[in-house]
Design a protein around this ligand. Structure first.
Ligand SMILES: [Zn+2]
Length: 255
């Protein structure tokens, strides 16, 4: 069978037997795929320091015949994004991004926008851009790219547009806004979004990815966003997002 080549971001690596590794990638050409790297734990030349979480690689592989594991023959390192594995806070942000990709994508279903988005998140966090902001914006855009764009224009109950004087909440059941007058339990629900945050998110939904990190989103807005998108996503997925509690811990710290 002929070999193929593609770029891939490593989402997950597990040991397999004494010498192999199982690696899950997200590729712009073939989507989320899992490959076996035979002899990866022994081979110093082909795979050393490459098959690590969050690295950007060019991989050479043989497709499987039955839609199962690809056979990884070689990997060339394009960017190790080293600080994501060496610095705890950055590791937490990168891990959450990869978990969200695992949750919101299907195998063998490529989407170049989702690849670009993950690459943006890992690169921005690796360069030290404030990670709560980057992670909140990544999560928002990933929902949009996956067909679950939150509706942030107006209150879905009374139709009032977002403007000064009212705060809003995002309803986790359908990802749309409701104003505080329509939602009398707003202040107890924990899903509150200030007008400032809603405005930031509206802008973030429109911006070209290259300009996204220029958006100077205050930490408080990033916190609110992470909270509401977590609840909305948990509802969509009908399961917990395990690494969210670590970013929530980061969000709760002062600074
Ligand atoms: Zn309303």
């Amino acid at each position: 069978m002929p070999t193929c080549r593609t770029r891939g971001l490593v989402l997950k690596v597990t040991a397999h037997g004494e010498s192999d590794k199982i690696v899950t990638f997200y590729s712009p050409d073939i989507g989320r795929v899992t490959a076996i790297a035979k002899g990866a734990k022994r081979s110093r030349k082909r795979f050393v320091n490459k098959l690590e979480e969050f690295t950007l690689l060019t991989i050479t592989y043989r497709p499987s015949r039955n839609g199962g594991l690809l056979f990884l023959s070689e990997a060339a390192l394009e960017n190790p994004f080293l600080s994501l594995r060496n610095m705890h806070r950055r590791y937490v942000a990168a891990t959450l991004a990869c978990e969200l990709i695992m949750c919101f994508t299907s195998e063998h279903d490529p989407d170049a926008e989702i690849f670009a988005l993950l690459l943006w998140q890992l690169d921005a966090v690796n360069r030290g851009i404030p990670l709560l902001q980057v992670t909140a914006l990544f999560h928002l855009r990933l929902l949009g790219a996956s067909g679950y764009q939150p509706a942030l224009d107006h209150c879905t109950s009374c139709g009032r547009r977002v403007d000064a004087g009212r705060s809003f909440a995002l309803q986790p059941a359908n990802g749309s806004l409701v104003c505080n007058r329509c939602n009398s339990h707003l202040h107890h629900s924990g899903f509150r979004l200030s007008i400032q945050t809603v405005k930031f998110l509206q802008t973030a939904q429109q911006l070209d990815l290259r300009h996204l990190e220029r958006l100077q989103m205050p930490r408080q807005s990033a916190r609110e966003t992470l909270q509401v998108l977590y609840r909305y996503s948990r509802h969509l997925l009908q399961r917990d997002i395990h690494s969210w509690k670590f970013i929530n811990r980061e969000a709760s710290t002062v600074g």
